[in-house]
Design a protein around this ligand. Structure first.
Ligand code: SAM
Length: 331
């Protein structure tokens, strides 16, 4: 019996398993990380292709079954099984990751891998199709969103293979896609908290212009609060805050349900204005002075009329650097 809650859908099509292994480009010297080996259909082919397989499996019954399957075979001393939740496991060194994962851990797992050090060569992972489309989406594509931007900051991502439900037992409710993730080397040196705060704001409404987003009262007041905090810090310390990575909860880069709703752009502009207020008529001189500062940055880079849904990685990085140069920060 299989546990639905653990996302147990076993790959039953041997040709598909072969295709995945072949597309992975495994070398005979590779240490391979497999996540959720289940009964070991993929594991067996990985053992044939590489030097060593380290498999992390949550379900103790599956761990036993896996060990039984390879016991007494020439593979047994090249397979290491770690029982546990991959999200809570310290991952060992590996060259390549190949996995048919439980879809409920897609987002945290992706970011765990992207932050893994030292960086691996590539990861070949089966995801729910919709998640895969968002991972690989490019500026202007329908599914381009925070997840696309955040993933592609750290990796090159490409779609390899569509996989129908009937390749699994029991069949899941959704279609799947195999994706290749190659970490960028060197890793981009951005403060990930700052980046996350910035991207969240740009994608509040991905089809609105940045000019209108950065006029929103709550966006301006957040920026102003950060600005004042930093100024106070700097004058008291008489030093600058380095642009170092202060460590973050990497799960925040992913996609919670809440964010998905936030990105739907399903409310009319009128509703938005009513909710966020429009402080064009604000009499407070200080507020509009700060607002001018923020909008000045957008103008400088000609971003006022642009929309997050169409901006490339480079453009986001450039705009963030302009904000930072003006002393404006997002974390
Ligand atoms: N790799 C096998 C295959 O392709 O036939 C099974 C894949 S099945 C979709 C996912 C596997 O991941 C299951 O064996 C499940 O027990 C395991 N699993 C679920 N959650 C996990 C977690 N948090 N950490 C590690 N393994 C997990």
């Amino acid at each position: 019996t299989f546990h639905k809650s653990k996302g147990q859908h076993i790959l039953k099509n041997p040709l598909l398993v072969d295709t995945i292994v072949q597309k992975a480009g495994i070398k005979s010297t590779d240490v391979i990380l497999e996540i959720g080996p289940g009964t070991g259909n993929l594991t067996k082919k990985l053992l044939e292709a590489g030097k060593m397989v380290i498999a992390v499996e949550l379900d103790s019954r599956m761990v036993l079954e896996l060990q039984r399957r390879f016991q007494g075979t020439p593979y047994s001393n090249r397979l290491k099984v770690i029982q546990g939740d991959v999200l809570k496991t310290d991952l060992p060194y590996f060259d390549i990751c190949v996995a048919n994962i439980p879809y409920q851990i897609s987002s945290p797992l992706t970011f765990k891998l992207l932050f893994h050090q030292p960086a691996f060569r590539c990861a070949i992972i089966m995801f729910q199709k919709e998640f895969a489309m968002r991972l690989v989406a490019q500026p202007g594509d329908k599914f381009y969103c925070r997840l696309s931007v955040n993933t592609q900051l750290y990796a090159r991502v490409s779609h390899l293979l569509k996989v129908g439900k009937n390749n699994f037992r029991p069949p899941p409710k959704v279609d799947s896609s195999v994706v290749r993730i190659e970490p960028r080397k060197p890793r981009p040196q951005v403060n990930s908290k700052e980046w996350d705060g910035f991207i969240r704001i740009c994608f509040i409404r991905k089809n609105k212009t940045l000019g209108s987003i950065f006029r929103l009262k709550h966006v301006l007041s957040l920026l102003e609060k950060n600005y004042k905090t930093l100024q106070a810090l700097q004058s008291s310390q008489n030093g600058s805050l380095g642009n170092t990575d202060m460590g973050m909860d990497i799960s925040s880069l992913g996609d919670s349900k809440e964010d998905q709703i936030m990105e739907m752009d399903d409310r009319s502009d009128d509703e938005m204005e009513a909710e966020d207020g429009d402080d064009d008529g604000d009499a407070e001189g200080e507020v509009s002075e700060f607002k001018d500062k923020v909008l000045g940055v957008l103008k400088e880079g000609q971003f006022e009329e642009k929309r997050a849904s169409k901006l490339s990685q480079q453009e986001f990085l450039y705009l963030l650097s302009l904000f930072n140069k003006a002393g404006l920060h997002f974390s």
